[in-house]
Design a protein around this ligand. Structure first.
Ligand SMILES: [Zn+2]
Ligand SMILES: [Zn+2]
Length: 452
């Protein structure tokens, strides 16, 4: 037996391609198949766990392991061609030899198992294969990490530029009205407030401007005054919309935020929280809003995503309906979307703001669609791997995770510098979609890998 000495094995291999005609127990079979065809060119005996190399040659697995261990080379013992990857047992050949030469194979198997040196070699060989597989996946991940690293660096620079750009000028005029008491507004500021209500107010700006209506005067206007000259807002829906908005200004004392940037300036912490929480867990976040922020956030959100079907133009109905109790139809539509496609609700909300925030809305819509796809992929993976039963457990874990993160955010938020908050905010808004595109591509290409 060749495996008793390593040199022997190599020696036999080197002296050529002679077939084992000298095999003592070779019995000629009735068919054209003989033991020669199924013999290993290392040990010249019947193949045990035949392993096929990339060159096509077959060897017993233990012979290959011994050869690999002694030569320290990934070469075919016969033709010296390098093999790729980690050679596998040829199942078809193994089953054939096991069946045709069952006695010999069984005897040899027992011998191999009884030989500790061979067992050690086989184990070492297997370990080498496992490590090879692991380093290969790491290499694949390494490329991904490199890509992500470059993306992260670029993103950091871009976010800082954006924060600097927006922080330096554009925001100031927006922030003015939402922090300045309405009684101190100048006539120009009143007109700009009117302008912010929407393009439908264009007709009415001129009279306000001519009359020099300042904040103090604005507060005194009622339905009567708006209807009559000089304002003459004859369209009832428009008048009601202006009055509804005026009411909000009166209660708040300042101009309520009317777009994302104003909202962010007025509620920096909440905007950041909503952005991250809606992305991470839309269902829990919307439920949280329902419980703790019903009239200010939840109702306008519901009315925007599932509007009442009416003839009133959307821009005006936004101011009128946002505090009405939703109809059962709206509730039904909302609940179905909430359960099945919660990101769709966010996309619809952003869709409504398309005219105000051209690019930002598009980023949010794309991100919402990507997140829906990722959620679908995760569910599909659970389904195909028959782990769907673990879903309640996963949801429960997710709930606790979100709760603890929410508490951590609430505690830490006041200590985080404004600049860092801005960076986090713009990061989540504009670069999360890019990262999610990467994730979706990975998911579609390698569906078996786990999403983070
Ligand atoms: Zn062999
Ligand atoms: Zn070969």
């Amino acid at each position: 037996m060749e495996w008793d000495s390593e040199d022997d094995g190599v020696g036999v291999l080197q002296d050529g391609h002679s077939f084992g005609s000298d095999s003592p127990d070779s019995k000629p079979t009735t068919s054209s198949i003989s033991e020669n065809e199924f013999s290993c060119h290392c040990c010249y005996d019947i193949l045990v766990n035949p392993t096929t190399l990339t060159c096509g040659h077959n060897f017993c697995r233990h012979c290959l392991a011994l050869w690999w261990e002694s030569s320290h080379k990934n070469e075919c013992p016969e033709c010296r061609e390098k093999w790729e990857g980690f050679p596998k047992i040829n199942i078809l050949l193994r089953d054939a030899t096991d069946k045709l030469f069952s006695e010999v194979v069984q005897r040899r198997r027992a011998e191999i198992q009884a030989n500790p040196k061979i067992s050690r070699s086989l184990l070492a060989f297997q370990r080498y294969g496992d490590n090879l597989g692991r380093s290969k996946t790491n290499q694949h991940k390494g490329a991904g990490f490199f890509f992500s690293g470059v993306l992260t660096a670029l993103t950091c620079v871009a976010v800082m530029v954006l924060v600097y750009h927006w922080g330096s000028g554009v925001m100031e005029q927006h922030e003015l009205l939402i922090s300045k008491p309405v009684s101190h507004w100048t006539p120009e500021e009143v007109v700009s407030w009117l302008e912010h209500l929407g393009p439908w107010t264009e007709l009415y700006r001129e009279p306000f401007h001519k009359e020099n209506v300042n904040g103090r005067l604005l507060l005194m206007l009622g339905d009567e005054e708006l209807l009559n000259s000089p304002y003459s807002i004859e369209n009832q829906a428009h008048r009601r919309a202006v009055l509804a908005e005026l009411d909000r200004v009166k209660t708040l004392g300042v101009k309520p935020p009317q777009n994302l940037w104003e909202y962010k300036a007025a509620n920096a912490g909440k905007a950041l929280f909503l952005l991250y929480a809606l992305k991470r867990s839309p269902r829990l976040t919307i439920f949280y809003l329902y419980l703790f922020d019903y009239s200010e956030t939840f109702l306008p959100f519901l009315h925007t995503c599932c509007p009442v079907v009416s003839h009133v133009a959307k821009s005006e109905s936004r101011f009128l309906n946002s505090q009405l109790e939703p109809s059962w139809r709206q509730w039904a539509e909302f609940l179905v979307k909430y359960c099945v496609l919660p990101y769709q609700l966010i996309a619809e909300f952003a869709w409504d703001w398309l005219a105000v925030h051209y690019w930002t809305s598009r980023f949010i819509i794309v991100n919402a669609m990507l997140l829906s796809v990722l959620e679908g992929c995760a569910l599909w993976r659970l389904w195909t791997t028959a782990r769907i039963r673990t879903l309640p457990q996963k949801m429960w874990n997710h709930f606790w995770k979100m709760l603890s993160q929410g508490f951590a955010f609430a505690l830490l938020w006041p200590f985080v510098p404004q600049f860092v908050c801005n960076c986090l905010f713009y990061w989540a808004l504009y670069f999360s979609p890019i990262i999610n595109i990467d994730l979706v591509v990975q998911q579609l290409m390698h569906p078996e890998t786990q999403a983070p």
